[in-house]
Design a protein around this ligand. Sequence first.
Ligand code: NAD
Length: 410
Amino acid sequence: MTDHRGNGTWIDLDRDRNLVVPPDPIIGFIEGDGIGPDIWAATRLVLESAVRRAYGGSKRIRWHELAAGEKALAAVGEPLPQITFDEIRKCVVAIKGPLTTPVGKGFRSLNVTLRQVLNLYACVRPVRYFPGLPSPVKHPEKVNMIVFRENTEDVYAGIEWASGSKEARRLEAILKEEFKVSLPPDSGIGIKPISRAGTQRLVRRAIRYAIENGLPSVTLVHKGNIMKYTEGAFRNWGYELAATEFADLAVTETDLEQKHGGHVPEGKVVIKDRMADSMFQQVLLRPEEYSVIATPNLDGDYLSDALAAQVGGLGMAPGANIGDECAVFEATHGSAPKYAGLDKVNPGSLILSGVMMLEHIGWREAGKLIEDALTRTIQAGVVTYDLARQMDGAREVRCSEFARAVVERM
Ligand code: NAD
């Protein structure tokens, strides 16, 4: 289906769910709340400049604004109207600034709602170091990883009951009567579902990413020695998928030692696994041994924030939530309301999410231009307040000035 609106063309999906991207794709954007408008304006300037530099006039993004957050609440009385979900599906690709979770009963986190309703099952977070950024470790440049965190299952699925609630008491009784398991009577109870299908679609995406980008390994991170039937199963189903769907392209770490004398056969991705607790040590002590990581929801949440801190903090950490139908690229920090409208904060996280978006639609040349220009800007010590206060000899600039400094260095 190609639907021309005279103002851009919709991105399509082919039968294998690969993107079919026209030269004038309509891409949805949510400006966001709080600092959202500042960082979105900066990001838009950088993205448009990079596309123009990379392709002349032959490619151009047609932006389509989507209603969400405080703007939508004021206009239509709800922060995430149904039309926004429909339009994200129609656009296939969207980018968003942070949304403030409305205070008061009955509002769930808008970000969680977006992920659940659109079935954006993979939370993807690349973590790499930009020279010059303040870092708490000696060799942050050794970190170059991309975390694929499962986004819909695990203890984060929201299946839980408060201590003393009717539901918790009933579950306690069932566990006691039918399974001979006794819980302390005042327990709050949460359920941790991890499914084969949910695991394998995530691991499939991680392995494909490694293959398409020529990366050396995929590490399954889990706590399967303790949680055998959830996290242990995640590990087993991950290996199972690698063996069945990627037999020609992947080799396990065990086979590498036993059958290949420790040498990676040409063109193969190594599949390995690590316990989550040990992984936190590994990323500090031997970060160069890890590349793509696939992990359940809770482990992934902790690990991606820890990794972001290792290379200079959340202000520069990009992210995406990806499903089979659509993908939403987003800043990983919140809406920082106290800085709203001050043109002060760091737009780096959203700009780098834009780079991920360009790569996702196959416009890698434009993405590379931005990454290189951003690197040069930081190396020149031109940064926003959050980084300037941690760097010697830095020149503090406003959010919009940072964007212009990046464009000048393209
Ligand atoms: P926050 O990330 O908005 O801000 C915490 C602090 O981090 C800020 O006060 C600021 O000092 C710093 N900070 C954040 N982004 C920055 C940037 N780009 N540059 C420089 N400094 C930056 O977290 P919060 O205060 O806990 O949450 C505020 C609101 O954002 C809440 O309503 C929350 O629900 C929402 N939130 C949204 C998202 C999202 O949209 N993905 C994520 C987290 C929180």
